[in-house]
Design a protein around this ligand. Sequence first.
Ligand code: IMP
Length: 198
Amino acid sequence: MKIVFASGNEGKVKEIREMLAGMGVELVSLKNYSGVPEIIEDGKTFLENALKKARKIAEFTGETVLADDSGLSVDELGGEPGIYSARYAGEKATDDDNIDLLLSRLKNIPLEKRTAFFCCALVLYRVDGSYDSFESKWNGRIIDDRRGDNGFGYDPIFYVPQLKKTAAEMQPELKNRVSHRGQAFAQLKKALEEKLKN
Ligand code: IMP
């Protein structure tokens, strides 16, 4: 089964290939295509953005497409940065810039009120216009000091009380098992396994 992943990010493609290993899925990167249309992520939710990406790329490639969208929502900030997670501090913002801005907005807010969750939406879109979607959340708290060197994005300040670690202090195997992305992919994998059985 051939699936085009709606991203040219080789790191992500590699990670997802590993998650789907042994399932008879050939995951193709968008890097293999030229003239890929630019997609404006103007949806209001992670799911809307993933669906838009998946639909556009399926129309462009004529193949089944997998698209994802993810980000961090902080309750006390009304869900910010949400769908703007990657560009919270501006179009060219680094992870550090985004973390600094988030922490400045949470100044004086006590830890017990700093609840947050990561969300990952996945859409598997077929050329006939039918699709399956999966969504998963990962709850934690935003802490003031950065801890750990693993991961990316907001991982150093995303603290998971049950595991007594930030996401950046977790080994990749652990993070991939418990995270929003790991859980959404577990759902996708289960659905694909069911389909491939029938
Ligand atoms: P995208 O899904 O590649 O568009 O990523 C959106 C943004 O959300 C990333 O650039 C990060 O800032 C943030 N994000 C999503 N998932 C994670 C995660 O697992 N750890 C840390 N930050 C994340």
